[in-house]
Design a protein around this ligand. Structure first.
Ligand code: ATP
Ligand code: MG
Length: 277
């Protein structure tokens, strides 16, 4: 017999490796004793981790990653933006998220005209268009902020997650491919995520794209213009852009059992489960 579902869940949230969770036992007595022992060990480690976090005055890795990425991008000539998390239905429509679009089902609506942004791109398009009226090209901008999507959950999806979206407007056409790769490398180096790959992918929004992946996990998705979506935003320049999920970058680096451990949470603090005594 195996650990019970509840036992597995408990060991999982305490960060027990998968192999341990699948152990076989001849009878319930041994199984329960093993569970109690493992639970105690893991809970002890978790408590030590939480105490160290507080006594050493650490900051959550998510906050550290925001800082590291912002510093690397500023050094790369990018300007930081902070835009609203509440956006209009019109902005989604301009991203061609018409009512029948699959991503539309994932949108958190506040009322019939406004929603929580499922992506940063509409606001970046809007502010960039305005900046392009007054600034020289290439114009490089980025935002790091919360995005919201209704997800059927799972280890890779959060309903509230942190996106980094960068865009460079005015990239020479022939340089776009190499620029996307260089910018992705800049981000991955700043995030200290080793061993990533570039994987061609089809995006519902942008058509053919290049994803940044690691071990089958999508960490980021790139896009390039000129693009059919540009006209709705008055953009005529060629461009490149990439969106990364910060919690996925952390999960790729820290290897927790679930991405939830590094997201905004009441259950976890910086990878450590909070329900320990
Ligand atoms: P997936 O196919 O994995 O659901 P996606 O292609 O829909 O992701 P994009 O729209 O390309 O996601 O968003 C850019 C990045 O944001 C993704 O590469 C991923 O790292 C991150 N991301 C997207 N949705 C989520 C989510 N629900 N939770 C955590 N990170 C996410
Ligand atoms: Mg994608």
């Amino acid at each position: 017999m195996n650990f019970s579902v509840t036992q597995k869940e408990r060991l999982w949230e305490l960060g027990c490796p998968k192999e341990e969770l699948e152990r076989n036992f001849l009878e319930a007595g041994t199984r329960n004793k093993t569970f109690a022992l493992l639970e105690k060990q893991r809970a002890k480690q978790t408590k030590e981790r939480l105490r160290a976090f507080v006594t050493e005055g650490r900051q959550p890795s998510l906050a550290g990653l925001r800082q590291a990425l912002a510093a690397a991008l500023a050094a790369g000539g990018f300007t930081r933006l902070e835009t609203p998390a509440i956006i209009s239905k019109e902005f989604l429509r301009r991203m061609s998220l018409a009512e029948e679009h699959p991503l539309n089902d994932q949108v958190f609506w506040l009322d019939d005209r406004r929603c929580l942004r499922p992506m940063l791109a509409p606001n970046l398009y809007c502010v960039s268009r305005r900046l392009l009226n007054v600034c020289a090209k290439p114009l490089r901008v980025f935002e790091i902020g919360s995005c919201f999507r209704r997800e059927s959950s799972g280890a890779r999806h959060l309903e509230e997650f942190t996106m980094l979206n960068l865009a460079e407007w005015g990239t020479p056409l022939e340089e776009r491919q190499s620029r996307v790769r260089d910018l992705a490398k800049l981000v991955m180096t700043a995030a200290a995520v080793p061993d990533f790959e570039f994987t061609p992918e089809k995006s519902a929004l942008y058509g053919e794209t290049l994803d940044v992946t690691r071990g089958g996990w999508e960490l980021g998705s790139s896009a390039m213009g000129p693009h059919p979506l540009d006209a709705a935003w008055g953009i005529t320049d060629s461009w490149v852009g990439i969106g990364f999920g910060l919690e996925r970058l952390l999960a790729a680096r820290e290897q927790p059992n679930t991405i939830h451990a590094y997201g905004r949470s009441l259950t976890y603090l910086d990878g450590a489960a909070l329900n320990v005594k």
